[in-house]
Design a protein around this ligand. Sequence first.
Ligand SMILES: NC(=O)c1ccc[n+]([C@@H]2O[C@H](COP(=O)([O-])OP(=O)(O)OC[C@H]3O[C@@H](n4cnc5c(N)ncnc54)[C@H](O)[C@@H]3O)[C@@H](O)[C@H]2O)c1
Length: 264
Amino acid sequence: MTSLQNQVAIVTGGARGLGAAIAKVLSTRGAAVLICDVLKAEGEATAAELKAAGGDATFVSLDVTDPADWQKVALGATAWRGKVTTLINNAGIVNRSGITGTTAERWNRILAVNLTGPFLGMQAISPLIRDAGGGAIVNISSVAAFVGHNDPGYSSTKAGLLGLTHTAAAEYVDWKIRVNAVCPGIMVSDLNAGGAHLEPWRLATPLGRYGKLEETAKVVAFLASDDASFVTGEEIAVDGGFKSGGAARRISLESGIDLTAGPA
Ligand SMILES: NC(=O)c1ccc[n+]([C@@H]2O[C@H](COP(=O)([O-])OP(=O)(O)OC[C@H]3O[C@@H](n4cnc5c(N)ncnc54)[C@H](O)[C@@H]3O)[C@@H](O)[C@H]2O)c1
């Protein structure tokens, strides 16, 4: 198991869902974890859960779209454990209204949370990681970065986050900060609320099931660790093969339509 001893990690959107799963895996592997979110009660409960399990964790309120909040987090983290080594930009939102149904206000909001948030986070926290001697940033993108999605803002911001990842990886080599992205496939969480609307995504996933939050969290932990010391500017899909184009085989299995039928 990768060790994260001596790491101090900030996890945005860490109150619930994937962020909470990431916080848990990082904590289990020895990192001190600062959980940041707009959801105070849930965030405090997640931090308490990690502490009850023997971990070192605390909660700070953060709206990732607010530069002043990021300054408070930077000061709070430094006061808490004296350094920051790791930033996980996980907070994200989604709409499902298509281009026709998306107002300019909703478009701007998703850009602010999913793309400006990680940008502001890097600006505020990277100097602290530099001062700690280097570390890692992991941005949570999505397979929606590579394929269309019924939310134009979601696909656009998740693709944009890959551009930001590549740019940051190049810029931060001087500071010994590796920057990578993880692109999860479909997982059940509060973001998508489970339900029948997810079934087409499962059907298009060659492994034929939803991903577990811990499966993505473990890849994040790998990228945050020294085991990934020569990995930077990379994006790793954790998607059950979704991006590989294997959907036709899965659909043929479930529909009974034989892919090998037809003229030789
Ligand atoms: N669930 C999936 O299938 C899936 C797939 C691919 C990528 N992702 C990505 O994973 C990340 C986590 O998603 P999730 O499924 O756990 O969803 P979730 O809704 O359960 O969690 C998102 C968290 O982000 C927080 N958040 C939202 N806006 C914020 C803001 N302005 N400032 C601070 N925190 C804020 C929420 O309060 C919540 O705790 C997102 O970036 C999402 O796009 C999820």
